[in-house]
Design a protein around this ligand. Sequence first.
Ligand SMILES: *Cc1c(COP(=O)(O)O)cnc(C)c1O
Length: 392
Amino acid sequence: MKIETKAVHAGDRKKSSVAIPVTTPIYTAASYIYEEVDTLDKVFGREIPGDSYARYENPTNRALEELLTSLENGASALACASGMTAIQFALTTALIDRRKHIVAANALYGATIRMLQSIFEPLGVETTWVDISDFAAVEKAIAENKPGCVLMETISNPLLRVGDMQRIADLARAAGAALVVDNTFATPVMVRPLELGAHLVVHSLTKYLSGHGDVLGGAVISDESHAESLRALSRTSGPVLGPFESYLTMRGIKTFPLRFERQCQNACRVAQWLAAQPGIARVYYPADPKHPDAEVIRKQFPENCFGAMISFELKDAAQPEVFCFMDKLKLVVRATSLGDVHTMVLYPTMASHRDVSPKQRQRMGIGDNLLRLSVGIESTDDIIDDLAQAIA
Ligand SMILES: *Cc1c(COP(=O)(O)O)cnc(C)c1O
């Protein structure tokens, strides 16, 4: 089945009593009972499927998890309270029976960098940072460090670099490491990392998949070999998403392929327009034929689909000029998120990469004049008009 069809059908219409609800209701019960205690005993013992306690299973969450599993072509999924919780659980699942060392892309979401430095490192998990677009460097880092886990984003934040996922997955597999991919920026419409050999995929559901700025959520989608340990960790630690958020996310996903198609088309036009503006020093967008990872982009993503994230540098600008530009925007929302139906702008130095040291930011190529744009579904004429009056 194609992804547009899965988005509106997978997970829904489970038989409950007599009638079958057309969409999955919000189940708020914290625990469940059965006619016979013996049945509950078998459910607790996992001899038969069923609900017992909401930290273990919840029908609304299960429907969303089935939908996410279907979209990513995985074996199972876990819906979590946030994208960061999802990353923490994916890494823990990967490392629980492997060497406690991570080879991580040096351009990651700011909080992910901080999680590795301030949670995993003090717990004894060392991280080796590597340029994930430099295949030889990744190869060397894996050979030298024998990591239990390799961590990358499909499209890096905020400079939109793209690593060769299939070849990195092969390297990780050969070294006995698990490849964990944060697929938030690309979404399963652009790439399904498990099909390319990744072991665990992470999403911030807060972004494209829910898509309306009204959900905080995350998910881990796993291959067959990690499904059991992911679920076992979750049953013990309880990172679960609330059922209301699960419902909203399912509702969002039904129109996600449609929204994303429009967002990608809009982004292509906005990126072209930005590149022609004298007030713009540089534009980062995967459709650029001069993109440093153009070859991998052509191989890894569908034709004419380059995502809906753009980064750009304002000419001769520092923080005051950037603030001035942002304050002038009337339509584009100055929000710390991405992937919503409306266009949003974010200043990495102030928001997503605020906790990264200025020196490390500089090393990552994130200048004080860099802005990140998440293109929405509005008319591109209006988006461009708003950007134009703010640049002027
Ligand atoms: C937002 C984001 C996260 C964190 O997700 P939350 O839902 O905010 O916890 C992780 N990775 C990427 C790429 C993100 O954009």
